[in-house]
Ligand binder design. Structure first.
Ligand SMILES: Nc1ncnc2c1ncn2[C@@H]1O[C@H](COP(=O)(O)OP(=O)(O)OP(=O)(O)O)[C@@H](O)[C@H]1O
Length: 331
């Protein structure tokens, strides 16, 4: 049974130019102990999908309009009252943002910040919380951890700050960590260290991780399964090897074809020709059709196509191209 099961999720952002359906009918599952990658061009709804899970929309005027977000043994997060959801945050599901500074309080020493996360959820004296914070800094391989406890965020490098954020995310031993481009702001060596740290956690404690990234190399290296998003929808999902070795949606195929060679470390997504559609007024039918080299007239008609499996596809490998659907209906 999956740990997290997202079904038909719809999330809307209000802006002066209208209502954008940043997430429009997204479904996926994350299994226990699995690293699930989400990729796609900028603005396709990766962050909005992740933020919807814990309703962390910052100052934006956004809401989960419909759908289910079932967390095993906890229930539907989409229906939960804010007060209940506040308990789930950190304790069951932790979030790691792209920019560690946005997650840290600039005026509070590191040790106190980590300690507060612990004290918010369980009884602990200040001294106990400080001891726990020290151990967490050791767990994330922060050098001179005693000294760092008394540092302020601005006194640390970007890599160290992200380790502190990870320490805070690990503090309550959540079952799921959502990491939204956790290494984008860091240099490549530090990126590798941070990703290794997350993988280590999964390997030792079986923590599930959702990892949003622009880097197909990262997905290929550390993720088990993945989803490719386009214009607010999942267009392909499956085991990483199946999707990367035998992509079946023309969008995934175009992303992979744009790479200079094989998927390798640092295979950043390269923009493909054309621009994604507006999410305020998306085109009918397949949203990728206007940019798709294989598009047929029927692709631009009706509702956006859902995920389905091709006859020869590996188990759990689905795509949302109606041409695949038509070709196997005819077979
Ligand atoms: N603060 C906001 N106000 C209004 N609309 C927003 C806001 N944030 C996101 N959106 C809408 O949601 C869409 C998806 O944004 P999201 O941040 O989820 O994309 P993303 O795939 O994570 O992109 P990136 O890779 O650049 O982080 C945007 O294209 C925009 O229409």
């Amino acid at each position: 049974m999956s740990l997290l099961s997202v079904r038909d999720l719809v999330t809307e952002f209000q802006s002066p130019s209208g209502t954008a359906r940043a997430v429009d009918g997204v479904s996926f599952d994350v299994n226990p102990g699995e690293i699930f990658g989400i990729v796609g061009e900028s603005g396709c709804g990766k962050s909005a999908t992740c933020r919807s899970i814990l309703r962390l929309f910052g100052g934006a005027s956004a809401q989960v309009a419909s759908g289910q977000i079932m967390l095993k043994e906890t229930g539907d997060l989409a229906r939960m009252h804010e007060r209940e959801l506040a308990q789930v945050r950190g304790r069951d599901v932790a979030f790691i943002f792209q920019d560690p500074l946005s997650a840290l309080n600039p005026t509070m020493r590191i040790g106190k910040q980590i300690g507060e996360v612990i004290r918010r959820h369980r009884k602990a004296s200040r001294a106990e919380a400080r001891e726990a914070a020290l151990q967490l800094l050791r767990d994330v391989h922060v050098t001179s951890p005693e000294r760092r406890l008394d540092a302020y965020p601005h006194e640390l490098s970007g890599g160290l700050r992200q380790r502190v954020v990870i320490a805070m995310a690990l503090a309550l031993r959540p079952r799921l960590i959502i990491a939204d481009e956790p290494t984008t702001a860091l240099d490549v060596t530090v990126q590798d260290q941070i990703l290794r740290l997350l993988k280590e956690r999964r390997d030792s404690l079986g923590t599930s991780i959702i990892l949003v990234t622009h880097d197909l190399g990262v997905v290929s290296q550390i993720c088990d399964r993945m989803a490719v998003m386009y214009a607010g929808r999942v267009v392909e999902t499956g085991a990483v090897r199946d999707v990367l070795d035998a992509p079946s949606h023309p969008y995934t195929q175009a992303l992979l074809a744009a790479l200079p060679g094989q998927v390798s470390r640092d295979s950043q997504l390269i923009p493909i020709k054309g621009a994604p559609p507006s999410l305020i007024d998306p085109p009918a039918g397949c949203r990728f059709a206007p940019r798709c080299a294989l598009a047929q007239p029927q692709c631009a008609i009706g509702a956006a196509p859902g995920l389905h499996s091709r006859p020869a596809a590996a188990e759990g490998h689905f795509d949302a191209c109606i041409l695949n659907e038509v070709s196997h209906a005819a077979a």
